[in-house]
Design a protein around this ligand. Sequence first.
Ligand code: AMP
Length: 471
Amino acid sequence: MDELREDCGIFGIWNNADAARLTYLGLYALQHRGQESAGIAISDGTKLYSYKQMGYVNDVFNEHVLSILHGKNAIGHVRYSTYGASELRNAQPFAVEYKNGSLAIAHNGNIVNYEAIRSRLEAEGSIFQSTMDTEVIVHLTAKAEGETIHDRLASALNELKGAYSIVLLTERELIAARDPYGFRPLVIGELNGSLVFASETCALDLIGAHYIRDVLAGEMIVVSGDSMRSYMFSNKTPRASQCVFEHIYFARPDSIIFGKSVYSIRTALGRILGMESGVEADMVVPVPDSGVPAAIGFSQQTGIPFQMALIRNHYVGRTFIQPHQTIRDFNVKVKLNPIAEIISGKRIIIIDDSIVRGTTSKTLVKMIRDAGAKEVHMRISSPPIDYSCYYGIDTPTRAELISSSHTVKEIEQFIGADSLRYMSIEGLRKVVGEDADNFCYACFTGDYPEPFELTKRDHQLILFDEGSLHG
Ligand code: AMP
């Protein structure tokens, strides 16, 4: 179900005359977190204006669109879902008008008890516009008792299970909050007196804002007028469960998330991997881009030279025209091509951050052998992904995860490598260091921080729009 497979990026800015453009730029920097739709909601102090479309940030927004988005306070969202209907109604920010005015919300993460809450609200007569978990936050907030928007939002959030980093905008307030587990990142920055919120610091860097701190797990920050107030809203105080896969794969390496540099974590993973499973070889080759920092670390640790012998085509979008005739391994080939002159006759170590279904590794090993490699060793800078993520990283169902049903030896044979080694959980914990207990490793261990029952519903209303027809 697509709405349970969300990787998203969120952004917010308070009190800046250039709010629409800065939000556009913030989203542009967060494009890696979602390429399916983009949107901005903005407030001029009395009204909210919202615009969202399917597509990349740069395609969705242009001078004209930005010029009609009036106001000094804004939030934005980029969304990614991998299969199922990709519909405009599921794009964010999700904006509504209700008895207390209007509000817009942008959300990153997955609410695991969404279906149960939705069924309850529907039984009480609520009508839903989307098939997206975020909408229950809006309904619960609108129905909640409480004097202020943050009281009502707190009461809504306390009904949720799962992952949510959110920014919410009303005509007069901007609110940022993170679930009590702190699954997904959310940072606070400052730009010439304007407060900024973003999924990752790379968005702050682009607009020249400086990083202040993270929004804490279970914290709600309410900005209005000249004031910023912080509340610990949660009635739970669970063990922090920051997503370790953000560091391994998802976040941009130039970001600082959960208080640590993503690049430093990835190179350290490579060094530990080199210590744990070094092998005699002529060169270390990353699978670009995500394998590059780990390959640098691996090379530093083992002294084996680093070579960019696999080249990535950066311009492959989500939709490109496939050839009519069958070209073998086309889907990987269109993205990655080996340099035979460097590889021929050599013993190669390929470094990637993760194996999901195993198809990328299998194709790559073959491509590198075809380019003349004498030996191909695969090293992975994360432990085997044995379990699906329900908190916002797109991993397929368990049955599709190759390591949920195969041993490392079997996967080694499947991908056709001379050897395959993964990072150990202990090695991964060593790299995140003193914070190791504050991370979620459920995709590797199956130890989900919060027990839940997943229910699935078949949606009966399918809406086509331009985006879904082109997609
Ligand atoms: P697979 O062919 O299914 O084994 O995919 C492995 C590749 O997918 C690796 O190169 C990873 O960098 C990449 N990858 C890992 N997690 C994700 C994700 N959530 N979304 C997209 N790509 C991913």
